[in-house]
Design a protein around this ligand. Structure first.
Ligand code: ADP
Ligand code: MG
Length: 633
């Protein structure tokens, strides 16, 4: 059977084509990273082989010394990276190299803007590892044989990175993968031993298996050249080294290897734990969110090793879901090499590792907030929404999570979420006992809510909440540092001892004065309201709506309704501002019809100011127009 007889040409998926093209252009300024990406894949392949060989030692085929070999040929203009790892079968080569099989590719591509600068940042989130070869190569050959398959079932894959690739069956004695890059004209610089060595040192020193290059030197006769193998990298697992020995650059490069992310992490935490449980963790906070951060099926979790042997990617059992953005490794000395996902779920030691690792992460974030506020700002913008899921999932760490939260407040009046609860508490007024907040669908409605008028007047800070998750968040927080959260739109206004005796007296007097108005209004509004009452929470608006302390707030109600849930109709209480001219004049309105119109308009307006929907908007417009008619000339 000739080679050609089984050769087949296939087209890349359209998506792969688009992505390839974009990547080649956007990563060009950093083209040497192809070395890192191919070595990273070779290292993953060695990890996978070691893992599979735990159950099936035959896969080693008598060769247990795993290594990566890098060579070059100046004349032929090639760079070759080969490994004796797991290799790929024909089907695997097709699905791993010919398609971009990751879910969400289409969605990712639709997010591209056409602006190369922006898009190249997006590319980083995606991780286009293998394809980076095409930045410098006009043609890439992959010779691969999956460990355990007969030597006659190896694969030759080849592509120019344009429209298609070819795949053929070949013989290959050694298992594993060899990638041959045929460099483009102008990229000869990479077919150079010194250059390749320095790139490997820079990006791949942390790789735990040896990366070998051949150095030619003169033999004993001082004439003939004899090749000599040389290990270019340090070849020890980075996390096994002590912190003081590892440079920031090495931590950064290791991050890129484990996360498949192109950008640098914001921070990391590297710890060895000894005692009842013995393990090492190296945890990173990424600077960018993966495109599928809010996709429930997205991969998450740490890379798990047992005594330096890779066991699995995406081990989800070591972190709670609200910390799903954390990347890194955990290497345990206690777990069995046979550990599986099912065992992890049941092992009580995993629970205690999880809670220790969770604390590490929370401490690392707190430290970043203190020591690197700019990084923390980036962090909060990227992952704040996810951290807000925390108090509901991890009640035990509620206070620690509370420290990490950032909000928009009336202190800055800016939509930027950059104020902590500790800052809020420090600024609390003498006598203030609660943390006040208002929730709305958007920042502006929250900021302009009539409910916070009195708070502004008295200089009491209010958290301005407008993220979908906020109501849920405060609902689960309930309190922070012994201070209760209080929704300013719920229940009777209670400013604690911030209110003076005089003010309380004035309020009582106003209630007396407007008793009649309250009664007439209650009659007109009937079943639409639970109660009508006089308030002093308003300074500029004539009226506002409040809901009972135990009822669902308006944001939560809309959220549930939009999710198709039936929410029992709660009746609001309307509160009137006794100092507002409209209210004062309304009290003197003798015409009952006119009074009814005005009262209903006030009620509907209060609902609108809250961002609510009117039950009967047409009736509102009709009434308002009737009143307007008296004004137009
Ligand atoms: P990633 O490494 O993020 O999965 P890559 O584009 O770098 O993405 O690689 C795609 C896939 O191709 C890998 O997940 C792996 O299955 C396969 N692959 C690439 N290089 C090798 C290799 N040297 N040995 C075995 N499989 C490989
Ligand atoms: Mg890769």
């Amino acid at each position: 059977m000739t080679l050609e007889a089984v050769k087949e040409t296939r087209g890349f998926e359209t998506e792969a084509k688009q992505l390839l093209h974009l990547m080649i252009h956007s990563l060009y300024s950093n083209k040497e990273i192809f070395v890192r990406e191919l070595i990273s894949n070779a290292s993953d392949a060695a990890d996978k082989l070691r893992f599979e060989a735990l159950h099936n030692p035959d896969l080693f085929e008598g060769d247990t010394e795993l290594r990566i070999r890098v060579s070059f040929d100046q004349e032929a203009r090639t760079v070759t990276i080969s490994d004796n790892g797991i290799g790929m079968s024909r089907d695997e080569a097709i699905s791993h190299l010919g398609t971009i099989a990751k879910s969400g590719t289409a969605q990712f591509l639709s997010n591209l803007s056409g602006d190369q600068k922006k898009d190249s940042r997006l590319i980083g989130q995606f991780g286009v590892g293998f394809y980076s070869a095409f930045i410098v190569a006009e043609r890439v050959e992959v010779l691969t044989r999956r460990a355990g398959l007969p030597v006659t079932e190896a694969v030759h894959w080849e592509s120019g990175g344009e429209a298609d690739y070819s795949i053929a069956t070949i013989e290959k004695a050694e298992r594993g993968t060899t990638v041959i890059l045929h460099l483009k004209k102008g990229e000869e610089e990479f077919a150079d031993g010194w250059r390749l060595r320095s790139i490997i040192k820079k990006y791949s020193d942390h790789i735990s298996l040896p990366i070998i290059m051949t150095k030619a030197h003169f033999g004993e006769d001082a004439k003939t050249q004899v090749p000599e193998d040389e290990t270019v990298n340090r070849a020890t697992a980075l996390w096994t080294r002590s912190r003081s020995e590892v440079t920031n650059e090495e931590y950064n490069e290791f991050y890129k290897h484990v996360s498949h992310d192109f950008s640098e992490p914001l921070t990391w935490s590297h710890n060895r734990v000894e005692g009842k449980l013995d393990y090492t963790s190296l945890l990173y906070v990424p600077a960018r969110a993966p495109f599928d951060l809010f996709n429930r099926e997205a991969t998450k979790g740490l890379k798990l090793y047992v005594q330096r042997t890779f066991i699995m990617d995406d081990a989800e059992q070591f972190l709670p879901i609200y910390l799903r953005f954390i990347k890194g490794v955990v290497d345990s000395n206690d777990l069995s090499l046979n550990v599986s996902r099912e065992i992890l779920q049941k092992d009580p030691n995993i629970e205690s590792m999880k809670s220790a690792i969770t604390k590490r992460v929370l401490d690392m974030l707190e430290k970043m907030a203190k020591q690197e506020p700019e990084n923390y700002t980036t962090f909060w913008k990227t992952f704040g929404q996810v951290v807000k899921e925390g108090p509901a999932e991890d009640y035990a760490n509620k206070e620690k999570i509370g420290k990490l939260l950032r909000f928009a407040t009336t202190f800055t009046n800016s939509p930027e979420q950059d104020q902590s609860l500790d800052q809020y508490i420090e600024r609390m007024k003498e006598g203030q006992e609660k943390i006040y907040y208002v929730v709305s669908d958007n920042f502006n409605t929250a900021k302009n809510s009539p409910h916070i008028e009195v708070f502004r007047k008295k200089g009491i800070e209010v958290l301005l909440l407008s993220d979908r998750i906020d109501d849920w968040l405060v609902g689960h927080m309930q309190e922070y540092a012994d201070k209760h959260f209080q929704d300013v739109t719920k229940g009777e206004l209670d400013l604690g001892s911030v209110e003076t005796e005089d003010e309380k007296k004035a309020q009582e007097a106003a209630e007396k004065q407007f008793e009649g108005l309250v009664e007439r209004m209650a009659k007109v509004l009937g079943d639409d309201v639970k109660e009508v009452r006089i308030t002093h929470r308003l300074t500029d608006s004539p009226a506002c709506l409040v809901v009972g302390e135990d009822e669902i707030g308006s944001q939560m109600r809309r959220l549930l309704e939009s999710a198709g849930q039936k929410v029992p109709a709660g009746k609001p209480t309307i509160e009137l501002n006794p100092t507002h001219p409209l209210v004062m004049k309304l009290d003197h309105e003798a015409d009952e019809d006119r009074f009814a119109d005005l009262a209903k308009v006030l009620f509907d307006q209060a609902s609108l100011a809250e961002g609510g929907h009117l039950v009967d908007p047409a009736a509102y417009v009709t009434r308002l127009n009737k009143l307007l008619l008296e004004l137009v000339r």
